[in-house]
Ligand binder design. Structure first.
Ligand SMILES: *[C@@H]1O[C@H](CO)[C@@H](O)[C@H](O)[C@H]1NC(C)=O
Ligand SMILES: *[C@@H]1O[C@H](CO)[C@@H](O)[C@H](O)[C@H]1NC(C)=O
Ligand SMILES: CC(=O)N[C@H]1CO[C@H](CO)[C@@H](O)[C@@H]1O
Length: 208
């Protein structure tokens, strides 16, 4: 069973590999007949490749629609390869951790917020500041292909976020769905990182 799952997964990755490395023109040719407007055609082609890669990636996360809409919201993903997509996912998670930190600061500065909530929120602030740092370090690690570090540090960011939830137990409305949504962003980044590891292993085997 395991064998079949892995074979299927590897085949998916080979498709991703092909999409990541195939020259733009190879895809453009297949669409040429449909569209005579050259500029329009180029944009469509870039979007085509990115969108295919994104749908492959998002097939493997729990929140598929959210994953796609977040990745597609950055125009740089439209022509990105898997590593580029991974960087964007990490940056989106890092940005969100900083945004959540800023949001928590507004609660800490609000005299109408209950002192008990303030205690939890001040723990949360530390957790999300750490999460943002872990994710920013992960961006550098991904650039130097230190995928193991990326995995470790993104998982620390996820734990930070869960610790914040615990610190605010009973006061769920303070952050609403922000923690959960943040962890979905991390899940996308982790999924792409996993695929990058498998791809790197595959490429190194082929070179032996
Ligand atoms: C990110 O963080 C902010 C926190 O203020 C939040 O409002 C926003 O909806 C979050 N989610 C995404 C996907 O950016
Ligand atoms: C999170 O909650 C906000 C409002 O509280 C809502 O607008 C947003 O769509 C929610 N995000 C997700 C991904 O469910
Ligand atoms: C959410 C999801 O579908 N995860 C799967 C991603 O791929 C790995 C490897 O095949 C599976 O083990 C996961 O269950």
């Amino acid at each position: 069973m395991e064998y079949y799952v892995n074979t299927f997964f590897l085949l998916s990755l080979l498709t991703i590999l092909f999409l990541s490395h195939s020259p733009q023109s190879a895809i453009a040719t297949t669409e040429e007949g449909n569209n005579n407007n050259n500029i329009n055609n180029k944009q469509k082609t870039g979007h085509h490749r990115g969108a295919k890669l994104i749908s492959k990636v998002c097939q493997n996360v729990t929140q598929k629609a959210f994953c796609s809409s977040m990745l597609l919201s950055d125009p740089n993903t439209h022509n990105a390869n898997l590593r580029g997509l991974g960087l964007i996912a990490l940056k989106q998670a890092a940005t969100n951790a900083s945004d959540i930190s800023e949001f928590i600061k507004t609660k800490l500065n609000d005299p109408n917020v209950d002192p008990e909530v303030q205690d939890g929120a001040s723990d949360c602030l530390e957790f999300y500041i750490d999460a943002a740092e872990q994710l920013e370090d992960s961006v550098s690690a991904q650039i130097s292909k230190a995928y193991k570090d990326v995995e470790t540090w993104v998982n620390v960011a996820v734990s930070d976020s869960k610790s914040c939830d615990v610190a605010l137990t009973g006061y769920d409305s303070v952050l609403g769905n922000k923690s959960q949504v943040f962890r979905w962003l991390c899940e996308t980044a982790l999924t792409i990182n996993k695929m990058l590891v498998i791809m790197a292993n595959f490429l190194s085997l082929r070179r032996v």
